[in-house]
Design a protein around this ligand. Structure first.
Ligand code: ATP
Ligand code: MG
Ligand code: MG
Length: 351
């Protein structure tokens, strides 16, 4: 059997390790925090920093193929390793998704609409950009944001003050506020040989910038669903992608789509696939990086996935008593407010 190296040991790494084990692969996880969620499942953990060349090299020498579970892995180290061991998804995709400006330009080049935006490198540029958007917009750091962190929203009468400094005085973009009717995402998979499969779009609701629920099917027309999948297909093809990608879209009142962002990894809005599809996003990611044929994305059930944040995880006994609920708990220690502790999927079979 082969060994798959995974950079990052959070819940996504854990679920990837579970899927790898299901297919008979061994896993080695690189993660600085001991007893991380993935370490409880993987065959081995290398305790080290993601940007430590020594740790990365140890990972590469212990594995036949490398993947990663979060998008802020330093590109330099992975590029170096990719000369001696295959790294999937390709590092180029990672690089684009690490920088919101590069990502916007990438979508535009692929013919996919994005929110209007301005580059913001200082306070003056912020004020000019806000004036362009009539005082409304969302300021986002170009790098390292997630779960709505590194963002500030401006409404008409807000004063920008020292907003650029408040956000950390780092390169940013200002996006126009998109008057979306709903948000959807597509989880797509591309194999090493170019085969592609797509899961049905999920409709996502965020609370305080954090994903709360994903519902499938989404309340969108077939034309909108097809357009989302066509956009995902264009993204995968244009970068010879390998693995699972999650692409988030805003849906406007007329059904047209605006791409928000993409994540070159398994995605929180695809967790429902483990309960409602024959082959989950996790297994399909492992299949893709290991060079196996992809599995069916056919959906046997309608469903609704709920994240369990912080103390909500205490609901476990109550949820476990419900006959239509599939539970997944990540084995994290401290239930800090807003921390993703687990999720559950309420499943309704399509009889
Ligand atoms: P994630 O955890 O998904 O990586 P993130 O921190 O990268 O999130 P975004 O996806 O950019 O943040 O934004 C979080 C949410 O904020 C979006 O799902 C959407 O609900 C809202 N939002 C972001 N940008 C815009 C916009 N331009 N117009 C309207 N709403 C927006
Ligand atoms: Mg993001
Ligand atoms: Mg997002």
């Amino acid at each position: 059997g082969s060994t798959i190296g995974i950079v990052g040991g959070g819940q996504l790494g854990r679920m990837l390790a579970m899927a790898a084990a299901k297919l008979g692969y061994r896993t080695v996880v690189l993660e600085p925090q001991a007893d991380c969620p993935a370490a409880q499942v993987a065959n081995r953990q290398i305790i080290g920093a993601y940007d430590s060349l020594e740790s990365l090299e140890e990972l590469a020498s212990s594995a036949h193929v490398l993947t990663y579970e979060f998008e802020n892995v330093p590109v330099g180290g992975l590029t170096h390793l990719s000369r001696s061991v295959p790294v999937f998804p390709p590092v180029g995709a990672l690089e684009v998704s690490q920088d919101r400006l590069a990502e916007k330009r990438f979508f535009e080049k692929a013919g996919i609409a994005t929110a209007p935006y301005r580059v913001v490198d200082d306070q003056q540029m912020l004020e000019a950009a806000l004036a362009d958007f009539e005082g409304e917009g969302i300021l986002k750091t170009r790098r390292l944001g997630y779960d709505g962190k590194g963002q500030r929203r401006f409404s008409k009468d807000d004063v920008a003050d020292d907003a650029f400094a408040d956000l950390g005085a780092v390169p940013a973009i200002l996006e126009a506020v998109v008057p979306f009717e709903r948000e959807v995402s597509v989880i797509a998979v591309r194999a090493r040989d170019g085969e592609m499969v797509f899961y049905d779009p999920a409709e996502n609701v965020h609370r305080d910038g954090i994903l709360a629920t994903s519902t499938v099917p989404a309340s969108i027309s077939t034309a909108t669903a097809d357009a989302a999948i066509a956009a995902a297909s264009a993204v995968l093809e244009s970068i010879s992608y390998v693995g699972v990608i999650g692409i988030e879209f805003f849906v406007l009142a007329d059904g047209s789509l605006i791409a928000n962002e993409m994540a070159p990894r398994v995605h929180n809005s695809g967790h429902w696939t483990e309960a409602a599809c024959l082959i989950s996003q996790f297994e399909n990611h492992i299949r893709a990086v290991a060079g196996l044929p992809l599995g069916s994305t056919a959906r046997h059930s309608d469903c609704e996935m709920h994240n369990l944040l912080g103390r909500e995880v205490a609901e476990i006994a109550h949820l476990a008593a419900e006959p239509d609920v599939s539970l997944h708990i990540y084995g994290k220690g401290e239930a800090r407010a807003g921390r993703k502790m687990g999720h559950y999927t309420r499943v309704k079979p399509r009889l």
